[in-house]
Design a protein around this ligand. Structure first.
Ligand code: ATP
Length: 208
């Protein structure tokens, strides 16, 4: 059976960087963040339902979800978050499974599900065979996110604090990729991980 790998990490930890490297090595990547964006883009599968539940003012003139408005609402109101997730989660899951099937048919060596909030979801933890956590000190996360986006420091800290703690995330990890150095150091770890998964899929002993 094709190994199913979960890849997670806090905001700005390096998930996308790692998944791009793994994809270059031949892994099949399912990016759930991308799927979440697609279903809430203009004409996305979640738009009509969101409009019905939350009202037309949550949809922008292009027909996409007004992300800033929705983010503000669900940050303040857990019930609204639940309603939004009840709409989006089944659609994300359906698309995730469909993409995984297609990747398997195309003959990839293993599948990597990139899930920012994987630890928060029991269903994800049960589905995967192996969990990879990309980790770096919170200070580095904050400065990388601030460099990449126009978010302020308090905004990044707020998102970080709303996520599961670094310790909790690490406690679930089968493999930890330390992303506190340069790209090359990260890439070396990714190559080792890739080889380890290929070996274990072939039934070969692995070094760790
Ligand atoms: P998000 O949770 O916001 O989606 P992410 O976990 O996918 O983020 P990336 O997008 O891979 O993280 O990385 C965040 C930013 O930090 C990017 O701009 C990326 O280029 C940069 N970055 C990642 N790893 C390193 C590194 N080792 N050295 C320098 N910059 C890095």
């Amino acid at each position: 059976q094709l190994p199913l790998i979960g890849l997670t990490g806090g905001i700005g930890s390096g998930k996308t960087t790692v998944s791009t490297l793994l994809s270059q090595l031949g892994a099949g990547i399912v990016d759930t963040d991308l799927i979440a964006h697609q279903i809430t883009a203009p004409h996305g599968k979640a738009i009509a339902l969101i409009k019905k539940e939350f009202g037309p003012h949550f949809i922008d003139p292009n027909g996409a979800l007004d992300r800033a408005k929705m983010r503000a609402l669900v940050f303040e109101d857990p019930h609204s978050r639940e309603i939004l997730e009840r709409i989006t989660h089944p659609l994300i899951r359906e698309e995730t499974i469909s993409q995984a099937w297609n990747l398997a048919k195309d003959g990839c060596a293993y599948i990597v599900f990139v899930v920012p909030l994987l630890i928060e979801s029991k269903a994800w933890l049960e589905l995967i065979d192996h969990l990879v956590v990309v980790d770096c000190p919170e200070e580095i996360q904050i400065s990388r996110v601030m460099q990449r986006s126009n978010l302020t420091r308090p905004e990044v800290v707020r998102i970080l604090n709303a996520q599961v703690s670094r310790e909790e995330r690490l406690s679930h990890a089968d493999t930890i990729l330390q992303n506190n150095g340069n790209f090359e150091e990260l890439s070396n770890q990714v190559h080792l991980f890739h080889q380890k998964i290929l070996d274990s899929a072939k039934g070969l002993p692995t070094s760790s």
